[in-house]
Design a protein around this ligand. Structure first.
Ligand code: HEC
Length: 124
């Protein structure tokens, strides 16, 4: 292989890797670049940042385009909220044709949002 071909090959590989990380970021990458403190205060900020209330009602505020999340953590009989986490991680994995976007949340962001939802559900 000529040096030119090697350079071209490396270029193509670089483009593919960038496309992969942008279009379908692997979890280790999300967890590294979007690491947050997993507490309810951070969760409240993330709910603002990702504009969850454009669709959901949360803590008595927000739209009704999607199910209200008030009481969502006490509605299920799963004490560790496996399905709720999956909703946050990959909505289409739970329901293939859902209107909920995949926000590419890191694990700590998911924990923070869950903590916030649990907190708002308790204070009602
Ligand atoms: C574009 C509208 C939209 C946005 C924005 C949105 N969601 Fe959703 N979400 C939905 C819809 C619609 C559903 C119900 C799933 C279905 O039936 O398709 C849902 C379902 C859920 C569920 C599962 C509810 C249950 O009863 O089990 C959770 C939890 C949730 N969303 C959290 C969030 C959080 C947190 C955010 C912000 C990071 C968010 N959603 C942003 C539309 C949205």
């Amino acid at each position: 292989m000529t040096p030119k071909r090697i350079a071209l090959l490396i270029g193509i590989l670089a483009v593919l890797v960038v496309a992969w990380f942008v279009l379908a970021p692997p979890r280790f990458w999300l967890n590294m670049t979007k690491a947050v403190t997993p507490d309810a205060t951070t969760g409240a900020q993330l709910v603002e940042q990702y504009e969850c209330r454009a669709c959901h009602r949360i803590a008595g505020e927000g739209a009704f385009k999607a199910p209200s999340l008030d009481g969502v953590t006490s509605r299920s009989d799963d004490p560790v909220h496996v399905t709720l986490r999956l909703w946050l991680r990959d909505p289409r994995a739970v329901k293939g044709d859902t209107a909920m976007p995949n926000f590419r949340l890191s694990d700590s962001e998911i924990e923070a949002i869950l903590m916030y939802l649990i907190e708002t559900n308790q204070s009602q």
